[in-house]
Design a protein around this ligand. Structure first.
Ligand code: NAD
Length: 304
């Protein structure tokens, strides 16, 4: 039988492979015969992978260590790992979601990929409005080193709430993917983005807490009437990096069961169309979030 996907014996690097979407990606790739090099902060129990690397992607030195042990020729990269920012600080959240992908792409993939190779990043519908906010992202996206990204986001990291790092990092990632897809196209390498809507993964509880419960999260999911499964996000990523998508590059693939269409048609409020860096908005959001946290702490104290 003809193999349409073309993953047999291909070297595939997957970040975030221990849980949720990344784990589902790794499982499908193993099934398709790929050699899977999995990277995550937590242990990975996917059977059949070639090698697992425990690594904190918010630390440049740890990434360097991992890539010393990954083959010189990489066929596909899946940048799936991510943090919501509800339990981590701004710096860690931003560096895991954005800086690590930028660094891996420019410092490792560019040299180790050949014509026909492919890259997919997992961003988010939270970053959908990136085209409207290019001015806010330009300095970060045009920074070429880890240190430069750190430097241009230093002030923000100390003033904005960590949950804002989520939206901002995803917007930066979408813009980076768009700009780099053009550069990498000259080398015959494809770059695409998958923008997932709410999905039932390890991160669900954190989004649920932010929005005020599971019912609200499902209500926000719109016409689907449920959250997506990790596999429903993994399959578009596997498709985009496969031979089946050989002419697809520079795409922001929104996987949200029409939610964006509802917003485009004015049938649903677009709460994502706000600045992620404006000092007044950041200060207000920080104040509001700390008020919520204090109220929650008080309430949980009463219950005891
Ligand atoms: N779940 C959702 O509703 C949703 C929606 C939109 C986008 N996303 C994005 O999907 C991607 C996958 O997340 P998920 O939903 O499967 O959540 P998840 O929590 O199940 O998986 C995330 C994985 O990333 C790993 N990780 C986190 N920080 C890391 C670090 N510093 N270094 C190495 N690994 C790290 C975690 O250990 C975990 O295995 C993320 O980029 C996330 O932002 C999720």
């Amino acid at each position: 039988m003809k193999s349409y996907f073309g993953y047999e014996n291909k070297v595939c690097v997957v970040t975030g492979a221990s849980s949720g979407m990344g784990k589902a990606v790794a499982e499908i790739l193993v099934d398709l015969g790929a050699k899977v090099y999995a990277i995550d902060l937590n242990e990975c129990d996917v059977s059949g992978i070639t090698k697992f690397f425990k690594c904190d992607l918010s630390k440049k030195e740890q990434i360097d260590e991992v890539f010393k042990n990954i083959p010189e020729k990489i066929d596909s990269f899946f940048g799936v790992a991510g943090l919501s920012g509800s339990k981590t600080d701004y710096r860690t959240t931003f560096d895991c979601n954005y800086t690590s992908n930028m660094y891996i792409t420019l410092y490792y993939l560019k040299d180790r990929m050949e014509r026909g190779a492919s890259i997919v990043y997992c961003t988010s519908t939270a970053g959908l409005e990136w085209k409207k906010f290019k001015k806010e992202q330009n300095k970060v996206v045009h920074a070429k080193t880890w240190e430069e990204v750190e430097s241009v986001t230093r002030k923000l990291a100390s003033t904005a709430p960590a949950t804002f790092a989520y939206m901002y990092s995803k917007r930066c990632m979408s813009q980076f993917a768009c700009e780099q897809s053009v550069e990498f196209a000259k080398l015959g390498i494809r770059i695409n983005n998958v923008l997932p809507a709410s999905t039932d993964t390890g991160m669900k509880q954190e989004f649920q807490d932010m929005i005020g419960g599971e019912d609200k999260l499902i209500e926000q999911a719109g016409l689907a009437g449920r959250l997506a499964t990790p596999e429903e996000m993994a399959t578009p990523m596997v498709f985009l990096n496969s031979d089946m998508a050989s002419f697809v590059s520079g795409l922001d693939m929104v996987v949200d069961y029409t939610d964006t269409c509802l917003k485009t048609l004015g049938l649903k409020k677009n709460i994502e169309a706000i600045s992620a860096t404006n000092p007044i908005i950041c200060a207000l959001a920080k104040k509001m979030l700390s008020k919520n946290t204090n109220t929650k702490a008080l309430n949980s104290g009463k219950e005891k």
